[in-house]
Design a protein around this ligand. Structure first.
Ligand code: EPZ
Length: 423
């Protein structure tokens, strides 16, 4: 398992390109199962999560070619059983369930395991697919969905105790594109990645209105065709580099971003005292770090609120911001694994239930720390950028799941990092 060694103290300067969105790519790749036509998807980030999805689609019988950021895929003749070992390793692969059920009238997909950020139930996905007419059974760790007479449109409310479900909305929306009649999804997730998926599906010939809002209406069609699509920028990667620039940067420029998708993230960084200037087109920004900053409070919420996927990174930034900051994660109340590792580096954080109380310290110090999940590992990298000494971050595979060539991008900005192959 690789390690990342971050020698703290370098000032970040210069410009990098932000990659395409991992969380838009995954459901869009799954949606290609809905047609036997060829699809070409551009700006798919080269991260292990998208590589897993490509492997799953190949195992289902798709013909997939990947060259740098472009995936060319034809799902002419596919199986309805997803490979258990692959699916169970990546929760997001649950989003092949809806397309498989709609295309094959049967889907066998392994129950996703939980993970360190919390129990990852799929009850809302199943509520929606059952409402469309699927029969749901469980056997040998698999979910078995069948709809021998096809799917029929329905009115579905997908709200859960922690708000809307992103992949649950994706699954039901994809299945509904080939259902008989009209489907209405109330309490839908409104993330930009859901809208990007809907735009892809509409280009394929689907009839979806209201994506990007809490109420989505889908009129079923007979079949969908292959299309080309370019994935939206990754707002969480962009937010992570924004936080890095606010921590240790000077005039860092991010290119190929989307201002519209980053309002809550931008607002939080500006609220803690830094300045962010966007260009006219809103596809570039420069972060001006302000050494005189103050703590601020963060409460995560479904889009357009502050994203839970940026909670750990903001915690790392606020760990060395003077003052007290209170960070509450309403989506994943257990998502504070990064705090114990930040405390090894000298952070002053008290975690109580779904809230972290952070008292900014003058400087963190290097320590051997361990990545536990994708965004927690990003938070450790950020903290190490400014810490005194050299921090070793183990289990780097967590970060490689969702950040494309993060060490190369940090080196381009002048950070002093090195990837060390573990013997
Ligand atoms: C998506 O996961 C993202 N993953 C996650 O990003 C992100 O943290 C999450 O949305 C919330 O924004 C992808 O898009 C691939 P949810 P998803 O269903 O869809 C509960 C990352 O770092 N829930 O929106 O799996 C759930 O427990 C990843 O890139 C149910 O109760 O999350 C959580 O509390 C991590 N029942 C809340 O809803 C269900 O059936 C939101 O989860 C489904 C979810």
């Amino acid at each position: 398992m690789d390690k990342l060694v971050v020698h703290g103290g370098a000032t970040l300067r210069g410009a990098i390109n932000i990659s395409g969105s991992k969380n838009a790519s995954l459901p869009i790749l799954a949606a290609t199962l809905l047609t036997e036509g060829e699809c070409i998807i551009r700006r798919v980030p080269d991260v292990s999560d998208t590589n897993y999805m490509v492997q799953i689609l190949s195992a289902l019988g798709s013909d997939v070619e990947r060259s740098s950021g472009t995936v060319r895929i034809s799902c002419a003749d596919i199986s309805d059983e997803a490979p258990y070992e692959l699916v169970r390793r990546m929760r997001a692969s649950i989003c092949v369930m809806g397309p498989l059920l709609a295309r094959k009238r049967r889907a066998v997909v392994s129950l996703p395991g939980g993970c360190v950020i919390g129990d990852r139930p799929v009850d809302l996905h199943l509520r929606g697919l059952e409402a469309l007419g699927a029969k749901v059974e469980f056997e040998g760790g698999n979910i078995i969905l069948t709809a021998p007479d096809g799917l029929r449109g329905a009115e579905i409310d997908l709200r859960g105790t922690h708000g809307p479900t992103v992949l649950g909305t994706d699954n039901v929306m994809m299945a509904a594109t080939l259902a008989e009649g009209i489907t209405v999804i109330e309490s839908a997730a409104a993330e930009p990645e859901v809208l990007d998926l809907a735009n892809f599906l509409n280009a394929m010939g689907a009839k979806i209105q209201g994506a990007g809002t809490r109420r989505i209406v889908i009129e079923g069609v007979k079949e969908l065709k292959g299309v080309e699509h370019t994935v939206i920028p990754d707002r969480i990667e962009a937010g992570t580099f924004m936080a890095a620039a606010a921590l240790a940067g000077e005039e860092v420029r991010l290119r190929r971003i989307c201002r519209e998708h980053m309002k809550a993230i931008t607002e939080a960084i500006v609220k803690s005292g830094h300045r962010i200037d966007f260009n006219e087109a809103g596809d570039e920004c420069v972060i001006h770090r302000n050494p005189e900053t103050t703590g601020c409070d963060i409460v995560t919420a479904p889009y357009p609120g502050y994203p839970t996927d940026m909670q750990a990174q903001m915690t790392a930034l606020l760990a060395t911001t003077p003052g007290i900051s209170v960070i509450k994660d309403t989506i994943f109340p257990q998502r504070f694994m990064h705090c114990s590792e930040l405390k090894r580096m000298g952070a002053d954080i008290k975690v109580d239930g779904g809230t972290a109380i952070v008292r900014g310290v003058a400087q963190l110090s290097a320590a051997p720390v361990m990545a536990s999940d994708l965004r927690a590992s990003a938070a450790l990298v950020l903290a190490a950028l400014k810490a005194k000494g050299s921090t070793e971050i183990s289990r780097l595979y967590h970060i490689d799941r969702g950040y494309e060539h993060i060490d190369e991008k940090l080196l381009m900005l002048g950070a002093n990092v090195e990837r060390v192959k573990d013997r």
